[in-house]
Design a protein around this ligand. Structure first.
Ligand code: ATP
Ligand code: MG
Length: 693
């Protein structure tokens, strides 16, 4: 189990440019690790010296204690928070083995606490009431605002009091469909204060997708706003909600109250559609309520929120997180993975509609008393330098984003970045997909001036917090590798039969034992929870992702297992081929899928988006194929390159390979549901370009 620890131990003595793995190994691994695994990026001495975890030895000691004595390790962290009633002596009880009965996880059972109390009141009582909790940056440059911890608490209490007044009780669901206004985290925290279960739905989802979620969780209230500006467009959110509520009624779910914020900069209330009796303006009611609200003490295992996963792989699942374990885990992971210090200004570009916005815009940072930037707008409005403008404006020290954003900004050229100082930055972070080494390099060299470690955090909606992540300053990084497990996490790589494989290998990524932030069920469908996550490899939590471990014990995520392509018996991760393509200077983004192939079983079909201004050509096609041959091997060379002006992505920015597979195999009638795509138009563009080589 502590296989990787031995590696961490010996890491300090690693010669640079160490032994290359043989070509044969590379083929078996189906991986392009041969050159990448020797690419080490060391944290600077100065960084390591001030880091919370500053050496492999310190990590090893802490990790070992977290594995040998999980109860002691987690109790110590949990004790930093306020508990109205302490948990039972038994810190956790678990059964993650379906063979032995129902899968049931419990942490800090018997304890009673409140996550909002711990995020706000506790920090205020510690003397930080005047510290800025949220800097809000609007879509239009110059449109901004801020709230101190004390002010944020008042806003939260007013809404909490209002919700209580309209009959929302502990355990009731509240759906929140809001853009990144301060009212979004306010609404989450208000629900948590009174024990209501929030379900945030990303405010880019269609009426059907929203209805599906409302029908599933039957909320007492839906909270939204009339409209939002995105870039130069105004989007009428309230109309989308109206449509969803009508659809819900048809399915027997009638929501009695739609609390609507008037977002004046996007639309006046006179222009908004309205249903008397159901719709209420936030501004008319909430400010009338008291700025103090008593705390509802919540059982550690009472639900905190429900969040439906993005649906890149099918019908959305209502992932349910509970209170105590999630609180402890989101706070601890935030602190260590970003090397958080009280003087930091932290910005995560994720929307609160995703798990990242729950754990690392709202709860994790606020539990640590951090100052958080909340950004309403788009990273390319008014131009592609907006992110760095914001970094300079607020002196952001920790910047956390997604590879899709890194790649899209990289495509626009360095000048947008280098125009700004960015001297405040000290830690960068990435989440959502494997980050290609070339994108990693650009992020590191250009954005971070080769000064800031990158925390490439692997985790999922289901895991509540980081699972495999660098701890900046603790050890050398390898561009493209999420490095090592967080405290208390025991990742294992298993083969098809579910046997753990040791050492250098690749296979299915599973987790042994539970951790405090793990989800407890899929709402209303515990059976699906067990079948999807615990049955495939009995005794383990199965992540659904493929993974390799290199000779130094570093973990490399290779993408979803469903996305693995089998070419003449070689298992090739889509991430590896994409990474090789993106390393070509003219390739901005790539998505690879498998298609049926007479001889090879499966062939490789690559959708490629070029850097601005580069035209398609036969010569370029050849050089892209060559890039893959050189980096991975001839067996991984794409059979077809499909020029793609854009790629179909979910609203969280992930490539929807399900649709690309259909386009690649010509099953154009069976594209399935494209309504959750960020831009459904790209599908038609791709179909039109099918035969253009
Ligand atoms: P759905 O489960 O509905 O298809 P989703 O898996 O995209 O949606 P999330 O829970 O937000 O929803 O994403 C988790 C997945 O994202 C992981 O399983 C993994 O495939 C990918 N991922 C996240 N972070 C990383 C990372 N740092 N490196 C590699 N892959 C990552
Ligand atoms: Mg998933």
């Amino acid at each position: 189990s502590s296989d990787h620890l031995r590696h961490v131990e010996s890491m300090a003595q690693l010669p640079s440019g160490a032994r290359r793995i043989s070509h044969l190994n590379a083929v078996i691994l189906g991986a392009s690790l041969a050159s990448e695994e020797n690419d080490l990026v060391f944290p600077s001495h100065d960084f390591s010296r001030q880091a919370l975890v500053s050496s492999p030895e310190q990590y090893r000691k802490m990790y070992e204690s977290s594995i040998e004595d999980p109860a002691g390790f987690w109790s110590e962290i949990a004790s930093q928070f306020y508990w109205n009633n302490k948990w039972d002596p038994e810190v956790y009880s678990e059964n993650i083995d379906v063979r032995k009965g129902t899968v049931k996880l419990e942490w800090f059972k018997g304890g009673r606490t409140n996550i909002t109390y711990n995020a706000l009141d506790r920090n205020i009582e510690a003397g930080n009431g005047g510290k800025v909790a949220i800097y809000w940056e609007g879509n239009e440059p110059g449109d901004d605002g801020q709230l101190t911890y004390a002010q944020l608490l008042e806003k939260v209490c007013q809404l909490a009091n209002y919700l209580k007044h309209v009959g929302v009780r502990k355990g009731d669901a509240v759906v929140i469909y809001l853009p990144m206004l301060m009212e979004l985290p306010i609404a989450m925290l208000a629900c948590a204060r009174i024990g209501a279960v929030h379900s945030v739905v990303f405010a880019g989802f269609s009426a059907e997708s929203l209805a599906q979620r409302i029908i599933d969780c039957k909320p007492k209230v839906v909270i939204t706003c009339n409209a939002v500006r995105r870039g130069s467009k105004a989007i009428h959110l309230k109309e989308i909600v109206d449509g969803a509520l009508i659809e819900s009624v048809k399915n027997g779910v009638s929501v009695g109250l739609c609390l609507t914020l008037e977002n004046k900069s996007a639309m006046k209330r006179e222009d908004s559609k309205w249903q008397e009796g159901r719709d209420v303006w936030w501004q008319d009611v909430v400010p009338q309520f008291p700025i103090k609200c008593s705390v509802e003490w919540i059982d550690a295992e009472d639900p905190l929120f429900l969040l439906y996963t993005s649906g890149s792989t099918g019908k959305p699942k209502g992932v349910l997180h509970t209170t105590g374990g999630y609180m402890v885990y989101s706070a601890a992971t935030f602190k260590y993975a970003f090397d958080y210090k009280p003087s930091d200004i932290y910005w995560c570009t994720a929307d609160c509609g995703w798990i990242t916005g729950h754990s690392y815009v709202t709860y994790g940072p606020l539990l640590n008393g951090a100052t958080v930037v909340v950004f309403e707008g788009a990273p390319n409005y008014p131009d592609s330098g907006r992110c760095w403008d914001i970094v300079d404006k607020y002196k952001v020290t920790i910047f956390y984003t997604a590879p899709t954003l890194v790649r899209s900004l990289m495509r626009e050229g360095d000048e947008y970045v280098t125009r700004y100082h960015r001297k405040s930055l000290r830690v960068l972070g990435s989440v959502g997909e494997p980050i290609n080494p070339s994108a990693w390099r650009w992020f590191y060299n250009v954005v971070g001036d080769s000064r800031c470690p990158i925390s490439d955090t692997w985790w999922q909606t289901e895991t509540g917090g980081f699972m495999i992540t660098p701890l900046p300053g603790a050890w050398p990084q390898k561009p493209g590798s999420a490095t090592f497990p967080f405290f208390g996490i025991q990742p294992v790589i298993v083969d098809e039969k579910g046997n753990e494989i040791e050492g250098e290998c690749s296979g299915y990524l599973c987790i042994k034992k539970s951790w405090p932030g793990a989800f407890r069920t899929l709402y209303g469908d515990h059976e699906r929870y067990e079948t999807t996550y615990f049955k495939p490899f009995a005794g383990y939590y199965f992540s659904g992702d493929g993974c390799s471990r290199d000779k130094d014990g570093y973990f490399w995520l290779t993408g979803r297992v469903d996305d693995v392509i089998n070419v003449s018996g070689h298992r090739i991760g889509t991430a590896e081929v994409e990474s090789a393509l993106v390393s070509h200077p003219h390739c901005a983004e790539a998505a690879v899928v498998g298609v049926e192939h007479e001889i090879k079983g499966q062939g490789i079909y690559a959708f490629v988006t070029l850097v601005e201004g580069i035209p398609y050509s036969e010569e370029l096609r050849k050089s892209l194929v060559l890039a893959v041959r050189n980096q991975i091997g001839a067996f991984a060379a794409p059979d077809k390159i499909h020029w793609a002006p854009g790629l179909p992505k979910t609203r969280s920015g992930k490539i929807m390979r399900r649709i690309l597979r259909k386009i690649a195999s010509g099953q154009l009638e069976e594209l399935g549901d494209t309504s959750t795509l960020a831009d459904p138009g790209v599908v038609d563009q791709l179909i039109a370009l099918r035969d253009c080589q």
